[in-house]
Design a protein around this ligand. Sequence first.
Ligand SMILES: CC(C)(COP(=O)(O)OP(=O)(O)OC[C@H]1O[C@@H](n2cnc3c(N)ncnc32)[C@H](O)[C@@H]1OP(=O)(O)O)[C@@H](O)C(=O)NCCC(=O)NCCS
Length: 190
Amino acid sequence: MRPRLLKVKSLPAAPEFPALPPGAAWSGWPESLAEEIARATVEAYRGSPDAVIWRELQDAAACAAWLRGHRDHLIAAGTGVVRREGETLAAVVTVLDPHMPEVAEILSIAVNPEARGLRLGDALIRISEWSAWQAGIRMVKLLVDARNERLASWYQRLGYVTVDEKWIRVQADSLPRRVVRAVRRRLLGK
Ligand SMILES: CC(C)(COP(=O)(O)OP(=O)(O)OC[C@H]1O[C@@H](n2cnc3c(N)ncnc32)[C@H](O)[C@@H]1OP(=O)(O)O)[C@@H](O)C(=O)NCCC(=O)NCCS
């Protein structure tokens, strides 16, 4: 089991839809995108610790099936791909947790290894935030491998704060209930 950080951000104002690299364009979910999102996601997560935990990050068919099976939980405007000249550069999946409808979750964020470093990761986060706001949601959460300090500090710079010291080392297999309770209590006062 890998330690995970739960990070949360309150959206202070309506996020702008981000600028993309020249020639790149965003396509948001219809279901016909499931396989393309899945392929891009599996490709980007290859070799990452997350792909060891979740089968959907290792296997594009399993990932596409998961997306189709959870279509009702997706925030459609925040789930899709960035393409340039017919090539998929990146994909992001934004979901609604039915147990916590006040908070959107960035479930996966995937940039093709050859397209990294162009700030596409920044753009995907902002697309997710934008889509959450459009859906009437004012808070976004995500999980990050606690050992990936570069990634964790990037999220921190984007405004994502770790929910609580004692939740810093949340274990992947015990997430939903504890996360729901922690976020509600700590951030929503419920
Ligand atoms: C994380 C990821 C989406 C970033 O994509 P990107 O387009 O390169 O991102 P950006 O150019 O916007 O850079 C954002 C941050 O990504 C990380 N990053 C970018 N290139 C990286 C590289 N070659 N190695 C490790 N981290 C890298 C850094 O934290 C960077 O922030 P910094 O440059 O301020 O330190 C991409 O590396 C990826 O798809 N990784 C595999 C999937 C994954 O781990 N997703 C996140 C799970 S929480």
